[in-house]
Design a binder for this molecule. Structure first.
Ligand SMILES: [Zn+2]
Length: 389
């Protein structure tokens, strides 16, 4: 007799062509952050047809959506999240696969899994560089979940343990302009302050934890060389694997900016941009996803990635346990955002990745619903890890 996971897998397999064609259609209509009308519409229509209660547009985000299915009396709120934004060169990060995989998993669960639980599918726009999930969290969405699951295509089937907390800032220094040759003594150089701030960052680099990252560039140098520049600005990025340590970096960064301004006799203004937290590692949840990946023989299964860049999903994973299953569809070592990634977008391997991810996520949801002890274990680990970050 077939076990229940195989029945879910059969359902997704039968739906395979529909899911693969949705993925291809999203791939053929690449839409940049905040403009994913086609992709969100396609997924909303599908989920509505499957019987989910769909809210189209959430808060200030027209292309975000929430689709809910309550089974029995509700209970555990399980979130399945998907992204669908493209880059300027198209879907070179493989986000076309996410919605169809998630929607397939959700539809299979709804069709087959009895019990008390609530399935919440969130369409999350603008992951690339914009942080749509941060806006959604700020506006009260994604906070209704007990656990959040995602998928992403990649060169290996694996999960992530950690990601970098990140903040970026624009710093403007204000001085006083003067003729650089005739009256330099009357001038205060905003550019001097900016260059001194870079020096300060370089000296700081030796005295921070070694997995910290600090980068900077000049945005506005202030104009021609024969005028003492009255205004100059730079962009700074600070990162750490630890959100609490990022707070320390911010403190030291602000001291450097103040010091640089003081040395040049200038004044300064710091404008912070969107902050990404570091993921709270959810190793038990990662293990749950990988157990399903191995059960369905997903390609190239590997250990979790211990180091990754920054993502807005981390802000979700900072609040609730979460995990993203990355499913192999390109050769080992292939980097996302590359031409190779783009070229593989509609291959049989990409279609298979949609199906694998659908099965893995559906099976994981099934385990979470059927084994209440599992969620308790995941939550306990999360609380313990969170107290360290
Ligand atoms: Zn991506």
């Amino acid at each position: 007799m077939k076990n229940f996971k195989d029945l879910l897998a059969d359902w997704i397999e039968r739906e395979g062509n529909v899911l693969a064609s949705m993925s291809d259609r999203i791939f053929d209509h690449p839409e940049p952050a905040y403009h994913e009308e086609y992709a969100s519409g396609l997924l909303e229509d599908y989920l509505e047809a499957q019987g989910f209660a769909v809210e189209r547009g959430l808060g200030s985000l027209k292309t975000a959506f929430r689709a809910v299915w309550t089974s029995g009396t509700g209970g555990l709120r399980i979130g399945l999240l998907c992204e669908y934004d493209a880059l300027p060169n198209g879907h070179s990060c493989g986000h076309q696969m996410q919605g169809p995989a998630i929607a397939g998993a959700a539809a299979a669960i709804k069709a087959l899994l009895p019990g008390n639980y609530t399935l919440v599918v969130y369409g999350t726009p603008a992951e690339e560089g914009a942080g749509g999930k941060v806006t959604m969290l700020e506006e009260g969405y994604l906070q209704d979940l007990d656990v959040a699951l995602m998928m992403h295509g990649g060169p290996a089937t694996q999960t992530d343990a950690r990601s970098m907390a990140k903040i970026s800032a624009t710093v403007t220094f204000y001085g006083k302009s003067a003729h650089a040759a005739l009256k330099p003594e009357d001038g205060i150089s905003a550019l001097d302050a900016l260059l001194l701030s870079f020096q300060g960052i370089e000296f700081l680099r030796e005295h921070v934890k070694e997995d910290s990252r600090m980068h900077y560039t000049i945005k506005n140098a202030g104009g021609s060389a024969n005028v003492v520049p009255a205004e100059a600005s730079g962009e700074f990025v600070l990162r750490s694997y630890d959100s609490a340590y990022l707070d320390y970096l911010i403190l030291r960064f602000e001291q450097i900016i103040q010091g640089a301004a003081l040395m040049a006799g200038a004044t300064s203004e710091i404008q912070y941009h969107r902050r990404y937290e570091g993921k709270i590692p959810a190793r038990r949840l990662n293990q749950l996803l990988m157990e399903q990946a191995e059960y369905f023989h997903a390609p190239n299964c590997q250990l979790p990635r211990e180091k990754t860049g920054s993502t807005d999903f981390a802000n979700v994973m900072y609040r609730i346990p979460g995990s993203c299953i990355r499913v192999a569809f390109v050769a080992p070592g292939t980097s996302s955002h590359s031409q190779e990634f783009l070229d593989a977008g509609k291959t049989p391997a990409a279609h298979d990745a949609v199906i694998y991810a659908g099965k893995i996520l559906a099976a994981a949801v099934c385990e979470l619903v059927e084994q209440p002890g599992l969620m308790k274990e995941i939550r306990q680990e999360f609380e313990k890890e969170k107290s360290r970050h």
